[in-house]
Design a protein around this ligand. Structure first.
Ligand code: BES
Ligand code: ZN
Length: 468
């Protein structure tokens, strides 16, 4: 996708002149292994926060601070001199997912390289690339116009990939100083075929761990096999009972809070330009499977799911070892929709697992957190403003889509700060987020910078609903 030339000649000149330095800065940011989930990387997460704060300060933003939460820090910055104009709170996250399995990367995850117009590294797309594009848009505005057309506050998080622990408390504690008119979240992407998109629905998440324990030590499977319960078999039995062959989740009450799509919503999804064969082929999967009675697009964004994310226990080495393992474990998560509440679903999940657990083993279920689903308005003037900016930048009107992923803070911006949310993201749909060889298209990255500036200009034409 090529971006159309912006009518802003000074911006074009600035972006041309700073192109190489910008890419080097992007690579520098990506070299910091800010994996929020792994305690040994906590200093790197902080280093990424400091790096980002420095970049924002250099851009000319004010009140730049690395602020503490109960987990990883938040990076805050603002520029509030557009009197009478609306205020946008911009959100992204500078933490990344773990990188294993390392042997499946074509180049090391924290040694970014550009190959065929793509930046290849962990975080290139999700979400450091988008955070970096915001920092570069800010720098471009300060350099070419000496300021912004609107007021902006930046809130960049370091724990999104770990369930945003500590963020709600930080938002609540800072509610009064975060007054804004809209929250712009840049952590989503374009639609299949690299069509510009605005996401208007995200699924929530419930994450749990099942631990199954038998004898305190492994037992010889010849001497004991047949006489004692095998924790790995018991775990497999539990997992197999969670979902039917029709793709329906069998936990009692699981669907209670799921609201069916309206005719209009159903029709809007059916109208999206989606080629199922191409989608399947690009992911190298033989066949698409899912809940009976729903299309692939509906299954992956409007329906709740249950998936095993990891399973372990027993012998993993080469060759054979004849044992009854002492214990077995699984990480299981559910994507949630409409009014499903993570904790309520956890309780239902736990109770069902304990009910169906076979005898002879001790089964426990831990709550590993989650987040609520969210829906953002298609018709809000802020959404319309962003849509105009995307069309002007990329030469094509955006489609409005629902995404299957989760951004827990979207619901928090609405409930804690009372803000409408616009999900304005720029990655491509097959960018390998959370997987080896994550990449960001440099055309999308450069387009993002222009589209961000254009969005601010469009928002400036709307009034502010509050006064500083
Ligand atoms: N950028 C994603 C969210 C996303 C994924 C949006 C796919 C649109 C499509 C985000 O960084 C993410 O991965 N979030 C986690 C949240 C979880 C850890 C609470 C997710 O969805 O797994
Ligand atoms: Zn993300």
């Amino acid at each position: 996708m090529t971006t159309t030339q912006s009518p802003d000649a000074a911006l074009d000149a600035h972006l041309d002149k700073t192109h190489d330095a910008r890419l080097e800065s992007y690579r520098e940011f990506l070299r910091i292994p800010s994996i929020s989930a792994l305690p040994e990387h906590a200093p790197d997460v902080r280093r990424a926060a400091e790096w980002l704060a420095h970049a924002l300060r250099t851009a000319g933003l004010e009140n730049v601070a690395v602020e503490e939460t109960s987990f990883h820090p938040v990076v805050y910055a603002d520029w509030l001199h557009a009197e009478g104009a609306p205020t946008a709170l911009v959100y992204g996250h500078y933490d990344v997912q773990p990188v294993d399995p390392l042997d499946l990367w074509t180049s090391p995850p924290f040694e970014p390289v550009v190959v065929d117009g793509r930046m290849l590294a962990r975080g290139a797309a999700d979400d450091k690339g988008q955070v970096h594009a915001h920092a570069m848009a800010a720098a471009a505005l300060m350099a070419t116009r000496g300021g912004f057309p609107i007021n902006v506050r930046y809130v960049f998080e370091g724990a999104e990939e770990s369930g945003s622990e500590g963020l709600d408390a930080w938002l609540t504690a800072n509610r009064d100083r975060l007054t804004s008119d809209v929250a712009i979240i840049s952590d989503t992407g374009f639609f299949e075929g690299n069509i510009p998109a605005i996401t208007v629905g995200l699924r929530g998440l419930m994450y749990a761990q099942i631990d199954v324990v038998g004898s305190p030590v492994d037992l010889h499977s010849g001497s004991y096999g047949g006489a004692v319960q095998n924790p790995a078999n018991a775990l497999a039995q539990i997992i197999a009972a969670l979902k039917g062959p029709d793709g329906r989740i069998r936990i009692p009450g699981f669907y209670d809070a799921v609201v069916a799509l309206t005719e209009e919503e159903h029709a809007a999804i059916a109208e999206l330009p989606f080629d199922e064969d191409e989608y399947r082929a690009r992911r190298h999967v033989g066949e698409l499977v899912g809940e009976v009675g729903y299309s692939t697009l509906e299954r992956r964004s409007t329906r709740p799911t249950l998936d095993v994310n990891g399973v372990w226990g027993g012998f993993q080495g080469h060759g054979t070892k004849t044992i009854i393992p002492a214990h077995a474990h699984a990480k299981v998560s559910c994507r949630l929709v409409t009014a499903q509440e993570p904790h309520d679903i956890f309780v239902k999940f736990r109770d069902f697992v304990l009910e169906i657990a076979p005898p002879g083993v001790k089964v426990t279920v831990q709550d590993l957190g989650g987040g609520r689903p969210s829906h953002t308005p298609v018709d809000h003037p802020m959404t319309r403003a962003a849509a105009r900016a995307l069309e002007a930048t990329f030469g094509r009107a955006p489609v409005f889509i629902r995404e299957g992923g989760s951004i827990p803070v979207a619901a928090s911006f609405e409930s804690i700060l009372g803000l409408p949310v616009v999900l304005l993201g720029f990655t491509q749909p097959n960018e390998n987020a959370h997987a080896p060889d994550e990449w960001m298209s440099l055309d999308n990255y450069e387009g993002a910078i222009r589209a961000i500036v254009a969005t601010f200009d469009e928002i400036a034409t709307l009034g502010s609903s509050h006064r500083e």
